[in-house]
Every structure is written in structure tokens, then in C-alpha cells.
Ligand binder design. Sequence first.
Ligand code: NAD
Length: 248
Amino acid sequence: MTDTLEKRHALVTGGSRGIGMAIVEKLLLENCDVWYLSRTPGEAVHLEEKANALHCTLSWVECDMADRTSVETALETVIKEAQSIDILVNNAGITRDGLIMRMKDEAWDAVLAVNLTGTFLTCRTVGRLMAKQRKGAIINTSSVVGIMGNAGQTNYAASKAGLIGFSKSLARELATRNVRVNVVAPGFIETSMTDVLPEALKENLSTQIPLGRIGNAEEVADAVCFLASMRASYITGQVLSVDGGMAM
Ligand SMILES: NC(=O)c1ccc[n+]([C@@H]2O[C@H](COP(=O)([O-])OP(=O)(O)OC[C@H]3O[C@@H](n4cnc5c(N)ncnc54)[C@H](O)[C@@H]3O)[C@@H](O)[C@H]2O)c1
């Protein structure tokens, strides 16, 4: 059962491709008008036709999540257009991998800026709006790496683990206002983020996944839509792993 009777407004960061685009598509199917933030419209522009067929709107707003002014301006635009936001999905994320001995400050700062500070900025502004509305659902995207750690990803793991503590704290702050905050923690998902890995490494990684395969973006999007829906109305402050059993 979905919430398809009631039209809702959803905002997705990094919706231009990969997991974010799958989330945008599923939210449209769940009767949401969707705004997505990214530096370029990306592959998700092809979803416009689908949105029209579903009598929903899909709007792209230019935004560099690493730039505070850009985020604030983009949020202003969305709020002006949408008036209310029911669902916020913080999905934009980057990696700049390397062992800590060789990690440049730039790689540390860039990952923290997009993954953690970007999420802080959207949650601060949209959280304020949701608190006023006295309803809302926020879903932040962590990673199995934020739970288990991974050599060569200290910056990424710090940002993703940070998101978990951040989200639990925010869930406590906003619970009395009927705003729920949850986290999805994807495992190894087939997108452009993982395409760059060598085939041999991907095969080796698959052997460490109890379900024996890499996941797909739609499987993460399903978990996000569940947490955004009234089916999850009594769930807040939780981390839902979508990782084939990697982090049990
Ligand atoms: N693919 C995986 O295996 C995996 C595993 C765990 C967690 N995740 C997380 O899922 C999320 C989506 O990852 P993905 O695999 O779809 O990656 P992706 O690289 O395919 O997509 C990332 C998205 O973030 C956006 N983005 C990146 N930097 C941005 C910036 N500065 N400003 C605005 N938008 C920006 C991109 O435009 C894109 O839409 C990320 O937060 C990632 O850390 C992915």
C-alpha cells in the first residue's frame, strides 16, 4: 500500500543520476511533485515525460552542494515554488579515496563538504519549514562504510558515520513536531560511483555480500520511499541497511 492518494512535495539532492535518479522516479510513481538539486540536470531530465504522464511535476534546480551560497539559493527557489516540503532526501555524495598517509586536505574537505555539511544545510532550512508544518520526513544517505569502515576511505567513512549521529540527533530534535528523520545505508550498489572499480575487485566484493550480488539503485529507492511514506509513520532515528547483509 502506498500514499498515492495524497499529493506530496519531495526534494532530492543529487537526483541527476544513480541512486538519486531512482529515488526521483519512485517518488513520482508515489504521486509526489519532485524537485531535485544537482550541478547539471543529468540523466533525470528523461523522467520529465513520465512525470507528465503521472500528472506530477519534476523540477531541476541548479545547486553545488559543496557551496553554501549555492545550497541556500537553491533551497530558497524550491521553497518559493513548492511552499511546503513533505519529504527531503539527502542523497548527493562523493568519494575521494586514498590512504590517509597520502590524503590531501582537499580530498578530506571536499567529501565532508558535500556529504556532511551539504546535508546539515538542507536539514537546517527544510527542517525549520517541516517543524512549522508539523509534518515531514527526512531521509539521509549513509553507507555500509559509515558503519563498518573501509581502508582508503577515512574521509568518506567519517562523513557517512557522521550522518548517522547527525540524523539521530535531528530525529530527537524534531520528533515533537511530527517530523521523522531516518537513514538509509546502502552497501555495494551498481552506479557510476562503483563503475570505476576494477572488475576483479567487484567480483571479490560480491563474495563478501551474504546475498551474493551487488545491489541496484531501485532497491535503495524502495527503502527510501518506504521511510518517506506513512507505512513508516512510527519509525524515526533509525538506520536501514540496504546492503545484502554486509553489515549485520
Ligand atoms: N553506489 C554505492 O555503492 C553506494 C553505497 C553506499 C552509499 N552510497 C551513497 O548513495 C548516494 C548516491 O550515490 P550514487 O552511487 O548514486 O553516486 P553517483 O555518483 O552516481 O551520484 C551522485 C549524485 O550526487 C550528485 N552530486 C555529487 N556532488 C555534487 C555536488 N557538489 N553538488 C550537487 N550534486 C552533487 C551527483 O550529481 C549525482 O546526482 C551517495 O550519497 C553515496 O555516498 C552509494
